[in-house]
Design a protein around this ligand. Structure first.
Ligand code: FAD
Length: 290
């Protein structure tokens, strides 16, 4: 336990990434702003759902902060002072809350605004930080207030205070999204579900194995998956990592893959595809591989 009562444990980050890869690191499970302030006293990283990360087999030297307890819970009660008949502004939703569970709850309530992000397996904080989304919608479609914690303190801001855009929020790295209030429109569970199904359909053909999602951004609007396919790389395997036969832009863990296996595949793709490719996911630490 830390001075302020945060649980601190050395754990393999493989447990917390959707790729199922990542070595041991010091994980701080913080439940309060006081614990968060203590965790931020030394170099740190903030880990969300680990769905956009390839973490080194050696782990990372910094503290790894994970929002837990109340900072991972959601209060969807409409705020009477901020809501109107046409607009629902919710209570606070913790940055550590899983996005898929939140979307299921909003669908049942028949509240519309975030359903275009269905299928994104991250947490609310991580998904806000990168403005995750699909062509059907993105996180900033449904944000009213964002609470951000920095080593200098806590700030509550609105999307208008940020220079946000395609897959980026404008929130500096390591400024932590602790909670948000959502802004939604009243609809019906059926209508929200219909939109979710539409967005889900577009994911058909994506692999179901452990993966951190798409490997590369589409260069100049050309499909990275198509380029990888044309280079004849689908199905290529290094160790226990494989370029998915279903979709060239996904690298999957067949069980027991290492970050080194994944890096070798990323390097191979870069070498064989004749166009410069920019990584879609993040490497921890940043200097390893691609
Ligand atoms: C199968 C699959 C499908 C996917 N589909 C999509 C898609 O359609 N669209 C899309 O945009 N993405 C997609 N992704 C990628 C990923 O799910 C999203 O980018 C997601 O928003 C990442 O959130 P996370 O909580 O998992 O963040 P993590 O992967 O844990 O972290 C990513 C970054 O966010 C930072 N971060 C995490 N939490 C916080 C916080 N509370 N405050 C500030 N910074 C934080 C981390 O430090 C890191 O820099 C997909 C991934 C998978 C595995």
């Amino acid at each position: 336990m830390s001075r302020t009562g945060a649980r601190v444990e050395r754990q393999p980050l493989a447990r917390y990434t959707t790729l199922g890869v990542g070595g041991e690191s010091e994980v701080w499970f913080v439940e309060t702003h006081e614990q968060l302030a203590e965790a931020m006293e030394a170099p740190y990283r903030i880990l969300g759902g680990g769905s956009n990360l390839v973490v080194s087999d050696m782990g990372v030297p910094e503290r790894v902060i994970r929002l837990s307890g109340p900072l991972a819970e959601r209060d969807l009660t409409p705020d009477p002072a901020l809501s109107t008949p046409d607009l629902i502004v919710t209570g606070w939703v913790g940055g550590g809350a899983p996005l898929p569970g939140l979307l299921r709850a909003l669908q049942k309530l028949g509240w519309s605004g975030l359903e275009g992000t269905v299928g994104i397996p991250g947490q609310v904080g991580g998904s806000v930080w990168m403005n995750a989304g699909t062509r059907f919608g993105e996180m900033f479609d449904g944000l009213h207030t964002i609470e951000i914690v920095t080593p200098d303190g806590v700030r509550q801001i609105t999307p208008d205070d940020l220079d946000w855009g395609y897959r980026q929020s404008g929130i500096p790295r390591n400024h932590i999204v602790t909670r948000v209030r959502l802004k939604l429109r009243p609809s019906t569970p059926e209508a929200v579900l219909e939109k979710m199904d539409q967005a889900d359909q577009a994911r058909k053909g994506q692999p179901k194995n452990k993966t951190p999602g798409c490997a590369f951004k589409n260069p100049g609007g050309v499909s990275a998956g198509k380029l990888i396919d044309e280079a004849g790389l689908k199905g290529t395997q290094v160790g226990n990592a494989r370029i998915a036969p279903e979709h060239g832009n996904f690298i999957v863990n067949l069980g027991g893959a290492t970050a080194a296996d994944v890096h070798a595949l990323l390097d191979l793709i870069r070498e064989r595809v004749g166009v410069p490719l920019e990584l879609e996911y993040e490497l921890w630490p940043e200097h390893l591989g691609g």
